[in-house]
Design a protein around this ligand. Structure first.
Ligand SMILES: Nc1nc2c(ncn2[C@@H]2O[C@H](COP(=O)(O)OP(=O)(O)OP(=O)(O)O)[C@@H](O)[C@H]2O)c(=O)[nH]1
Length: 934
C-alpha cells in the first residue's frame, strides 16, 4: 500500500455550507448571557470564530516523560519549525534558557502559539465545518504552555495551570503514572481543567500500555477511555503505530520524520494484523460501553445503531467524549492516547484530539476573582451581581444604611462598564534581546497597545508600549490581545508574576473603586525552606546585584530576598536546592550579577517558648533630614492557630496572620478613627497625609522586619504572636509621628520584646537570683513525601525512611494528593494551607477498566477485555506508593540514595507539610552542625 499523508483533509476542499456546525455555534453565542458577551467584549462574529478556534493548553507530566520531545514534534508538524529539535542535543525551541539546555530539563514555561492543522484559522476558505467532520478538519490556534516537571518548580506549574483551559498529560509508558504526575494531575483538578493522557515512549523495552491505563484508573482517579491502542508489529514486535478506536482504523508510521503514515481499515487490519484487529474490536466495545455509562446521548446513538458498537459514528463518539470532558464535570472520563514521540509516532492524532476534545476559551469554567471583600466568578462580576454583594457587605461591616438594590445595581453596572479589559500576568521573563516580557492571559475585553494598565496588586498604573504574540523565542508585534488569548506586554517596569492588570475607561490614574481591588485567580506562595547568602564582589556591584535580585523576584515570586539588619547580609531563599541553584545560574550567568552565593542551607525557624514581658520603645531620630518620633509597646508569645480561642476583633484591633504562621495583633486605643467621604479611614490626631491604612501598614512592616530574625538562632520567627499597642495618648508626637517613625518604633519594640525571651548576655540563665526566661526553640521543615517504588524495593525503602531518617510512614498505595502549592488563598494572605482537589470520589475499580494486553508483560495476565484481573498485581514490578512525613534535613540528597535502593527506578516528590519543633537532642545536633561541628 502507498503511504499517504496523514489524515489531512485539505481545508480549501471543504464546502461552505449554511447551517453548518460553525454557523450553529455562532448561534449559541447569541444566546450567551450578557455577562459572557462582556467577557469577550470585542464582540463580533469574528472574535467568536477566532476564540472557538483557540485552545489554551498545557503539557503536564513527570520529569523526563517526554514533554519537550513531544512539543518539538508538534511545532514541526504544524509547520512552525523546519527541523525537529532534540532535547539530548540541546537544540529544542521551547527549552531556550542556557540552564535548561545544559541540563536537558524544562525550567521556565514557554508559551508558544502555532496552528493545527497547518493553515490560518482566519482564512475565509476554512471557516465552515461540516457536521460530520471533526473540529480538527479546520485550522485552529493552539497556545501551548510547556510546564516544568521537576518538583522544585511546582509553583511554576501551578501558575501555568491556572491560565490553561485544557491539558495533555504525558506519561512514560515504562514508568507509568509517577508521583509528580499524580501531584500535578490533582492540582489541575482543583482548577477543573479537562485533560487527555498520552502514553509516550511505547518504543522502549518494558513499555506497558495496558498497565499504564490501569494506573490511570487507580492513581489518577478517573475512568480511562482508551481511544488508541498500541500497534506492535506481529503482536509482540516493534512499536510501529496505533489502532484508532474512535475511527476504527490502524495508523502505521513509516520511519523518518513521521509525516508519512499508512492508514488501514478494519478489513485490511484483519488480513495484515489479525490480533490487533481483534483487540481493536474489543477496545471499541469498551469505549462505547464506558461512554454510555456517563453520557445518555451516546446511549441513544447506540440504540439507533442497533446496539452495534462498531456502527456508532466516530463523530458521535468524539461529541460524547467532549461532553464527558467539558460539560459533565462529574463523569471522570480520561481519554487515553498512545505514541512514541521520539520515534515520531502518534503526535499528529494527539494534536487532532487537542482540537477535538479540549475546550475553547468560550467553554471553560468561570475564572475565580476577588473584588473588595467578596469572591466569585468573573462572569458574575461582569453581570454586576458580585459588586452588589460587595457593596452590601461593605455597608453592613461599616454599620451604614443599606442602599436600595436598584441603586446598587445601577452603581455596579456603571463601574463594570468602565472595565475595558483585565488580564493575569502569569509569567515574567527577562529576555536578553527584548527586555522584560510579561506574559498575560486576557480574561475580559482586551489589552491594547498604548493603553494604561492598573496593577491591582501593586496599586500602580503602567502604560503598554508594545504587545507581542510569542512563538517560543520569536515574537510578532500586535495591537491588541483579546479575551481568551495569551500574549506578552513589553516595557512594563513593575508587573510581577501573578499580578492582575486592569484597563479602564477614563483619565484618572486609578480605576474607580472597587475595580482597583479586582484580583484574578489569586495564588498563594509557599514558605521557602532553603536559603543561601548572596554577596556582591565589591561595593560598586551592590546596586547591580539589588537590581538583578529584584528582577529575579519579579520573575519568580516563590523566591524571597531578605536583608539581615544586623549583619547586612542578603539572603535568598526558595523552595528547593535545585530551585536556588537555578536562581544562582540566572543571577550570575544570565543577569551577569558580579556576586557569589554561599552554601545552600535549610531554612530553620525560631519560636518562643513562653511570653515576653511588655516592652515599650520610643523611636526618636532624624530620618533623611526629617525628625521622626513615635512609640509602641510589644508583647511576644507562642501562637498556635489551632489552639487559639481568643477573639481579636474590634474597632481599634487589627489581626493579621502571616505566611510564617505568625499572628500580629495591632491595637490603637484613643486614636479616634473615622471614615471620610471617600470611604478612607482617618484620625484627626495623625499628621496630615497619614491616613489609617498607611499608618497600619507602617506598624505591620515594622513587626515583619523584627520577626525576620529570631533573638537566639537568627532564623525567622514562626508560631509567634506579637501584640502591638500604639496608644495615641502615649505614643503619638504630633507631626513628628511619620510613617517611617511608626514603623521603626514597631520594629524596635518587637525586637526588644523578642530579646527579653532570653537572659541578658551579662547574666546567664543559671545565674542565682535571676528569674528564668522562657527562651526560644528551633523549628524544622517537615515534608510530605510521596515515593514511587516497585514491590521488590518497598521493604528496604520503608525501613530506610522510618528508621534511618526519623520519618513517619502515613500510608501505602492510597490515591494520594501531594498538597504542595495552594491555589485558593485569599489575595491578602500570601500563603494558606494546601487544599485537596474538589473531588472526594470513590476509587475506581480497576477490574472494570478496559486495557489491552501488554505483549511484554512477564506475569500471567488474562487478556484484554473487561473484567480482567489486574495485570500489575502480584508482580515484583508492581508499582507501590509510600506516603510519609520526614524532616527536610533527612531528605537532602535522598534521590541518589533512593536510586541505589531501588535499582534506579524509585522517584519521589515532596512538599512542606509544616514547621515542627525539634526535640532537644535533635536541636543540639543540628546546632553543632550549623556551627561547623564545634
Ligand atoms: N525511547 C524514547 N525516548 C524518548 C521518547 N520521548 C522522549 N524520550 C527521551 O526521554 C528523555 C526526556 O525527554 P524530554 O522531552 O526532555 O522530557 P521532558 O518531559 O520535557 O523533561 P523535563 O523538561 O526535564 O521535564 C530524552 O532523552 C528524550 O530523548 C520516546 O518516545 N521514546
Amino acid at each position: 500500500m502507498v503511504a499517504t499523508p496523514l489524515l489531512r483533509i485539505s481545508p480549501q476542499a471543504m464546502a461552505l455550507k449554511p447551517g453548518s456546525i460553525a454557523a450553529r455555534r455562532l448561534g449559541t453565542l447569541k444566546s450567551l448571557p450578557v455577562s459572557n458577551r462582556k467577557l469577550f467584549s470585542t464582540s463580533s462574529a469574528k472574535w467568536a470564530e477566532a476564540l472557538e478556534r483557540t485552545r489554551n493548553i498545557g503539557i503536564i507530566a513527570h520529569i523526563d516523560a517526554g514533554k519537550t520531545t513531544t512539543t518539538e514534534r508538534m511545532l514541526y508538524y504544524s509547520g512552525f519549525t523546519r527541523r525537529i529539535g532534540d532535547v539530548d542535543e540541546g537544540s529544542t525551541v521551547t527549552d531556550f534558557l542556557p540552564a535548561e539546555r545544559a541540563r536537558g530539563i524544562t525550567i521556565q514555561s514557554a508559551a508558544i502559539t502555532f496552528h493545527w492543522p497547518p493553515g490560518s484559522p482566519g482564512d475565509k476558505n476554512t471557516v465552515t465545518l461540516q457536521e460530520s467532520q471533526p473540529r480538527s478538519a479546520v485550522p485552529h490556534t493552539i497556545n501551548l504552555i510547556d510546564t516544568p516537571g521537576h518538583a522544585d518548580f511546582t509553583f511554576e506549574v501551578m501558575r501555568s495551570l491556572r491560565i490553561l483551559d485544557g491539558a495533555v498529560c504525558i506519561l512514560d509508558g515504562v514508568a507509568g503514572v509517577e508521583a509528580q504526575t499524580e501531584q500535578v494531575w490533582h492540582q489541575a483538578s482543583t482548577y477543573r481543567i479537562p485533560r487527555l493522557v498520552y502514553v509516550n515512549k511505547l518504543d522502549r523495552d518494558g513499555a506497558a500500555f495496558g498497565r499504564t491505563v490501569k494506573e490511570v484508573g487507580s492513581r489518577l482517579g478517573g475512568w480511562p477511555a482508551v481511544c488508541q491502542i498500541p500497534w506492535f508489529e506481529g503482536g509482540d514486535g516493534r512499536f510501529v503505530g496505533v489502532a484508532d478506536v474512535v475511527n476504527i482504523h490502524g495508523l502505521r508510521w513509516s520511519e523518518g520524520d513521521g509525516k508519512s503514515v499508512k492508514m488501514l481499515d478494519l478489513q485490511q487490519l484483519d488480513q495484515e494484523e489479525s490480533q490487533l484487529a481483534a483487540e481493536l474490536r474489543r477496545a471499541r466495545a469498551a469505549l462505547v460501553e464506558l461512554l454510555s455509562e456517563h453520557d445518555d446521548e451516546l446511549v441513544e446513538k447506540f440504540f439507533e445503531c442497533d446496539e452495534d458498537h462498531l456502527a456508532v459514528p466516530p463523530q458521535d463518539i468524539l461529541n460524547s467524549l467532549r461532553r464527558c470532558l467539558i460539560e459533565n464535570k462529574s463523569s471522570r472520563v480520561i481519554p487515553v492516547f498512545a505514541g512514541a514521540s521520539f520515534r515520531n509516532i502518534g503526535v499528529q492524532p494527539l494534536l487532532d484530539s487537542v482540537i477535538n476534545l479540549l475546550p475553547s476559551p468560550l467553554e471553560t469554567a468561570d475564572p475565580e476573582v476577588s473584588i473588595g471583600n467578596v469572591k466569585g466568578g468573573l462572569r458574575r462580576l461582569l453581570s454586576g451581581d458580585l459588586l452588589v454583594e460587595q457593596n452590601e457587605k461593605q455597608a453592613a461591616s461599616g454599620g451604614k444604611k443599606q442602599k436600595s438594590k436598584k441603586n446598587l445595581q445601577a452603581e455596579s453596572q456603571s463601574s463594570i462598564e468602565r472595565l475595558q479589559g483585565c488580564g493575569l500576568a502569569f509569567k515574567v521573563v527577562n529576555d536578553a534581546k527584548r527586555g522584560v516580557l510579561v506574559y498575560v492571559r486576557v480574561y475580559s475585553g482586551s489589552l491594547d497597545r498604548n493603553s494604561t494598565l492598573f496593577n491591582t496588586n501593586l496599586n500602580i498604573s503602567e502604560r503598554v508600549p508594545r504587545l507581542l504574540k510569542m512563538y517560543a523565542n520569536d515574537a510578532v508585534e500586535v495591537d491588541s490581545i483579546p479575551a481568551g488569548h495569551i500574549g506578552v506586554v513589553v516595557g512594563l517596569k513593575h508587573a510581577r508574576t501573578g499580578d492582575t492588570l486592569v484597563s479602564y475607561a477614563g483619565h484618572k490614574s486609578t480605576p474607580p473603586e472597587p475595580l482597583n481591588t479586582l484580583q484574578l485567580r489569586p495564588i498563594g506562595v509557599p514558605p521557602p525552606v532553603f536559603f543561601a547568602g548572596v554577596e556582591p564582589h565589591s561595593l560598586s556591584e551592590e546596586k547591580k546585584l539589588e537590581e538583578s535580585l529584584a528582577l529575579l523576584l519579579r520573575e519568580d515570586p516563590s523566591l524571597h530576598v531578605t536583608v539581615d539588619e544586623d549583619s547586612g547580609q542578603t539572603l535568598l531563599s526558595g523552595m528547593g536546592e535545585l530551585h536556588l541553584e537555578i536562581a544562582r545560574d540566572r543571577l550570575l550567568n544570565d543577569l551577569k550579577a558580579k556576586a557569589s552565593m554561599g552554601r545552600i542551607e535549610i531554612g530553620y525557624r525560631e519560636a518562643p517558648l513562653g511570653a515576653s514581658t511588655p516592652v515599650t520603645r520610643i523611636f526618636d531620630k532624624e530620618i533623611a533630614g526629617r525628625k521622626g518620633k513615635a512609640g509602641c509597646t510589644a508583647v511576644v508569645e507562642p501562637w498556635d492557630p489551632y489552639m487559639d480561642s481568643t477573639n481579636s476583633e474590634g474597632n481599634d484591633i487589627l489581626s493579621i496572620i502571616t505566611h510564617e504562621n505568625n499572628q500580629i495583633i495591632i491595637t490603637t486605643p484613643n486614636l479616634q478613627v473615622e471614615t471620610n467621604k471617600k470611604g478612607i479611614e482617618e484620625s484627626p490626631l495623625l499628621p496630615a497625609g497619614l491616613d489609617i491604612p498607611t499608618f497600619r501598614a507602617a506598624l505591620q512592616n515594622g513587626v515583619f522586619a523584627a520577626l525576620a530574625r529570631g533573638p537566639q538562632f537568627t532564623f525567622p520567627m514562626h508560631s509567634t504572636r506579637v501584640t502591638l499597642t500604639f496608644n495615641a495618648t502615649e505614643h503619638l508626637y504630633g507631626t513628628d509621628t511619620t510613617a517611617s517613625a511608626v514603623s521603626s518604633a514597631a520594629r524596635l519594640s518587637t525586637t526588644a520584646a523578642l530579646r527579653t525571651l532570653l537572659p541578658p548576655p551579662s547574666s546567664p540563665q543559671s545565674a542565682p537570683g535571676t528569674s528564668p526566661t522562657p527562651g526560644t526553640a528551633l523549628m524544622e521543615p517537615l515534608m510530605n513525601v510521596i515515593i514511587s517504588v516497585d514491590e521488590a524495593s518497598l521493604g528496604a525503602v520503608v525501613h530506610d525512611i522510618s528508621s534511618s531518617r526519623g520519618g513517619q510512614i502515613i500510608s501505602l498505595d492510597e490515591d494520594l494528593t501531594l498538597p504542595t502549592t495552594d491555589l485558593a488563598s485569599s489575595p491578602t494572605s500570601s500563603y494558606s494551607p494546601p487544599q485537596q482537589p474538589p473531588e472526594d470520589l470513590p476509587p475506581i475499580d480497576t477490574s472494570k477498566v478496559y486495557a489491552p494486553r501488554d505483549p511484554f508483560e512477564t506475569t500471567s495476565i488474562g487478556g484484554g477485555s473487561l473484567g480482567n484481573t489486574d495485570p500489575v498485581s502480584g508482580s515484583a514490578n508492581r508499582p507501590r506508593t509510600i506516603a510519609a512525613k520526614v524532616p527536610l534535613k533527612e531528605m537532602v540528597g535522598y534521590l541518589k540514595h533512593l536510586r541505589s535502593l531501588t535499582a534506579g527506578r524509585g522517584t519521589f516528590v515532596m512538599s512542606v507539610d509544616r514547621f515542627e519543633r525539634m526535640s532537644a537532642p535533635r536541636q543540639k545536633a543540628v546546632l553543632i552542625e550549623l556551627r561547623g561541628g564545634l
